[in-house]
Design a protein around this ligand. Structure first.
Ligand SMILES: Cc1cc2nc3c(=O)[nH]c(=O)nc-3n(C[C@H](O)[C@H](O)[C@H](O)COP(=O)(O)OP(=O)(O)OC[C@H]3O[C@@H](n4cnc5c(N)ncnc54)[C@H](O)[C@@H]3O)c2cc1C
Ligand code: SF4
Ligand code: SF4
Ligand code: SF4
Length: 462
């Protein structure tokens, strides 16, 4: 009994207890996978709309206090690890986007894939080509649950045709815990797609296990944050949509940037129809644009996203994002990726696909990646306020801060977005679409436009 009390007390005092997880968990499932005693369980939490891992406290007597669950937790790592400036050799670009071999902008040479994918279709092209060449046994990608198509999980796909149907960015949290079985029981080579925190979890997990990493190719998506499923519920409610009658949801539809969300309705219980409903379309109205921002740019993000250090998937072999670049926005309506190669294997894959004319790529500079992600990237890297050891390292942080501000003043984080979000939440609670619209018209014209103009001026000048 004494022993149990000791463990419970240890856990309660631990920064990794259930309260901590309810706030910070990103739902990667690494702690469940590593615990031999199965004391951590990933569950969907209806209140928050996120998958969260919780300790099964009743079973605590089985806890060996090995702390492996803490060692594999990416968010614990982000919050407690210090920047090691020596490892960046004081190179700001490497500090901001991680280690890299080469950087490109480009797209898939298959026009259909490019048009139907989230950005330039390079992720889907890599998966399809590697499957067809039998370079990999399978790829772990997202799939909707058959009985609840608004939610997605990760699954092993062995066919290129199947992979082509999964080319979308899922902006609400995906159940990632299904990957661990594939990683455990992986005999041949497999490709895994993930967000920065998810791939960090894989890296930490494989380190702890001292496992062979050569059978895993990691494709990392850039990530500004993931939304709660409550965001979808909010949208369904506004449009009077019954979520049990949906057969498919697409977050990015119709070319690039594809800010049009479409759902396909079920006719009868298991019968698909072509009956499509536009959940919203940012081309339609200013209000829809802000609705998109509200749902998928912050208000519905979990706390882990506000403390995350990685925008560009620094643990990946190849990282992919949107090419939000001045020479592409306004001109391209099909889609262009930014591609970062980080390992020799990642570089070889990109070289082969480029030489075989599957990909059209042009080299760009690290500064372009920084420009494409702008203040979201700086916000992540310079959000130091929750770091446990910030007080001890204040001088170091100040140095980084100033270096970044001197070189990239135009993208420096500001607090407009923060206030914008707070005010939106308040007005929405009061229930007025027209109030929200009025607020954003003023906000958009007066603040955001001016900020963008200044930002572009600096970019062109530099
Ligand atoms: C939550 C989220 C936030 C993002 N934030 C940014 C950002 O801030 N800046 C930026 O430049 N780019 C961001 N991206 C990446 C961007 O939306 C594209 O996914 C990326 O550019 C790849 O485009 P593509 O055309 O090559 O991908 P596609 O060919 O369309 O393939 C996308 C692949 O990603 C997989 N996938 C989709 N969603 C998820 C998910 N949630 N978890 C794991 N795998 C998934 C699918 O299975 C599919 O195979 C984000 C993506 C996501 C999912
Ligand atoms: S400390 Fe070890 S035994 Fe206890 S929950 Fe974590 S992984 Fe499991
Ligand atoms: S972020 Fe991952 S490792 Fe950390 S508590 Fe959540 S599921 Fe566990
Ligand atoms: S912002 Fe960071 S913590 Fe949030 S989903 Fe993206 S990678 Fe994970």
């Amino acid at each position: 009994m004494e022993k149990i009390n000791f463990f419970l007390k240890e856990r309660e005092n631990s920064v990794f207890n259930n309260d901590w997880r309810k706030q910070y968990c990103c739902g990667c499932g690494a702690c469940s996978a590593i615990c031999k005693n199965k004391l951590n369980e990933l569950k969907f939490d209806d209140n928050s709309g996120f998958y969260i891992s919780i300790y099964k406290e009743l079973d605590f007597k089985k806890c060996k206090n090995c702390n492996l669950c803490i060692k594999v937790c990416p968010i614990f790592h982000y919050l407690n690890n210090n920047y090691n400036l020596d490892s960046f050799n004081f190179n700001i670009e490497k500090f901001l986007i991680g280690p890299f071999l080469n950087i490109y902008k480009g797209y898939s040479c298959d026009k259909d894939i490019r048009f139907n994918s989230s950005s330039g279709g390079i992720t889907t092209t890599i998966i399809c080509c590697l499957l067809k060449k039998k370079y990999i046994n399978g790829a772990i990608t997202v799939l909707p649950y058959p009985n609840d198509t608004s939610k997605h999980y990760m699954t092993l796909t062995k066919s290129a045709d199947e992979a082509m149907k999964q080319n979308d960015s899922i902006y609400c949290q995906v159940n990632y815990s299904t990957i661990w079985n594939y990683i455990h029981n992986n005999k041949g080579k497999i490709l895994l797609i993930g967000l920065p925190c998810q791939l960090k979890a894989v890296e930490l997990y494989l380190n702890v296990k001292k496992a062979d990493t050569s059978k895993l190719i990691k494709i990392g998506l850039f990530c500004g944050g993931i939304s709660s499923h409550l965001a979808l519920d909010f949208l369904y409610k506004r449009k009077n949509i019954d979520k049990t009658k949906i057969s498919k949801i697409r977050y990015r539809n119709g070319g690039w940037p594809g800010r049009k969300m479409i759902i396909t309705k079920l006719n009868t219980e298991h019968q698909k129809s072509n009956d499509k409903i536009v959940l919203f379309d940012t081309k339609n109205s200013l209000f829809d644009r802000y609705l998109y921002k509200y749902c998928f740019s912050g208000s519905f993000f979990p706390e882990c996203c506000n403390n995350c250090l990685d925008q560009t998937s620094e643990s990946a072999d190849i990282s992919l994002g949107d090419a939000w670049l001045p020479d592409i926005i306004n001109k391209d309506n099909i889609g262009t990726n930014i591609v970062i190669t980080r390992t020799k294997e990642g570089q070889k894959i990109i070289n082969d696909l480029k030489n075989d004319k599957y990909l059209n790529l042009k080299k760009i500079k690290p500064e372009d990646v920084i420009c494409s992600q702008g203040k979201v990237l700086f916000g992540k890297k310079l959000n130091l306020w929750n770091r446990s050891n910030k007080k001890n390292n204040f001088e170091l942080y100040k140095k980084i801060f100033e270096k970044c501000r001197n070189k990239y003043p135009q993208y420096f984080p500001d607090y407009f977005d923060f206030f914008e979000r707070k005010i939106f939440n308040k007005l929405n609670k009061k229930g007025g679409n027209s109030l929200i619209l009025l607020f954003f018209i003023i906000f958009n014209i007066v603040v955001i436009r001016v900020r963008k103009i200044i930002g572009r001026y600096f970019y062109i000048r530099n």
